[in-house]
Design a protein around this ligand. Sequence first.
Ligand code: SF4
Length: 86
Amino acid sequence: MGTVDTVEIRVDRERCVGAGMCALTAPDVFDQDGEDGRVLVLDARPAGGRSAAARQAAGFCPAGVITLLAGDAVLAGDAGDDGTPG
Ligand code: SF4
């Protein structure tokens, strides 16, 4: 077993600071809202190269609000919705 090709993306828009690292790193997966600058998910189930870019973007996000899931496994991020203050 090894790489998981398809992942599921979760973001916590409440805690997004609009830094835009995600949209720069994985422009096929993330964009920024034109009004509030917060993240928009373009592809919630990216595969292949998009998945790799999304994982990188999760690592770069300064607010740590991008979570990648593969089934029950968390590949990146902190699952976001545990109520812990950022
Ligand atoms: S990198 Fe993180 S904080 Fe910045 S816009 Fe994307 S999700 Fe929001």
